[in-house]
Ligand binder design. Structure first.
Ligand code: URA
Length: 260
């Protein structure tokens, strides 16, 4: 039996939404988006966490979400609304924005979520492929942060054959206005007549892939993001969304330094 030695404010019990299911304090803090489970343990052992007005020190302490009140450094923390993680296979001629005052089609026209979600980063109007959407601010912020260099794989169709030397140059890094691009993984796609290239980059600069190819004199005719971290467009028709799997969410969180 897990110890549960926390005084409970009886007047708060039985609230709608109360689960009655006990969770450990470190898990609860990570569910609130405060920090990882591992780092939440440090908060507890450092004496920074209180439940229902009582400071706790045992990592085995549990609570009932919706009934017990949890404070970190004196600030109450709460569960955010259910977190949502979606992948859209973005079609062409669609703008990555929440709304467009000129009435153009936006990615939100393809997302049918009862809760508000927002895109993680952006794809150009005519770039197709994987676009993640969520209502988890910390997750989105981490995935976009340059420190984590989340791999993003694209299929590029160029107007001309891409030479072996240029594949090498793209892999080593191209000087753009923001600086030099990090080493990228390149491959010439079999059957693509030398004009189709796979590239995996680790930044997310504006129009980055197009500009990398343009810097070498190519015109990009088509750009499709085939993968964002572990999430691919496989089995996801253009213009449709699906929920990320728990495994995909875990992998993305790990890539973004949110899980041990
Ligand atoms: N690079 C681009 O050039 N465009 C995109 O939409 C994404 C990456």
């Amino acid at each position: 039996m897990t110890p549960h030695a926390v005084p409970i404010d009886a007047s708060r019990s039985g609230k709608p939404g109360e689960t009655q299911e006990e969770v450990r304090i470190n898990r609860y803090l990570s569910m609130c988006g405060i920090t990882s489970r591992r780092k939440a343990e440090d908060l507890v052992t450092e004496g920074r966490v209180a439940i229902n007005g009582v400071r706790i020190s045992s990592l085995a302490t549990t609570l009932v979400p919706g009934r017990d009140r949890v404070f970190v450094d004196g600030q109450e923390v709460a569960l955010v609304d259910a977190l949502i993680y979606l992948a859209l296979n973005k079609p062409k001629d669609t703008i990555t924005t929440m709304s467009d005052e000129r009435g153009r089609t936006t990615v939100m026209d393809h997302v049918h979520s009862r809760k508000r979600v927002f895109p993680i980063g952006r794809l150009d109007r005519n770039t197709t492929g994987v676009l993640l959407l969520t209502n988890d601010g910390e997750f989105a912020h981490r995935l976009m942060h340059p420190r984590y260099g989340i791999p993003k794989a694209y299929r590029v169709t160029c107007s001309e054959v891409v030479t072996r030397e240029h594949l090498q140059a793209l892999a080593e890094g191209i000087q753009l206005d923001e600086g030099r691009t990090a080493p990228a993984e390149l491959l010439s796609i079999p059957g693509g007549k030398g004009r189709e290239v796979g590239i995996t980059i680790h930044e997310g600069w504006n129009r980055q892939v197009r500009r990398m190819f343009e810097a070498l004199g190519y015109t990009v005719d088509k750009l499709d993001r085939v993968a964002y971290g572990p999430v691919t467009t496989e089995g996801l028709p253009r213009g449709t969304t699906r929920a990320l799997t728990p495994q995909e969410i875990r992998t993305l969180r790990a890539l973004a330094g949110l899980e041990e």
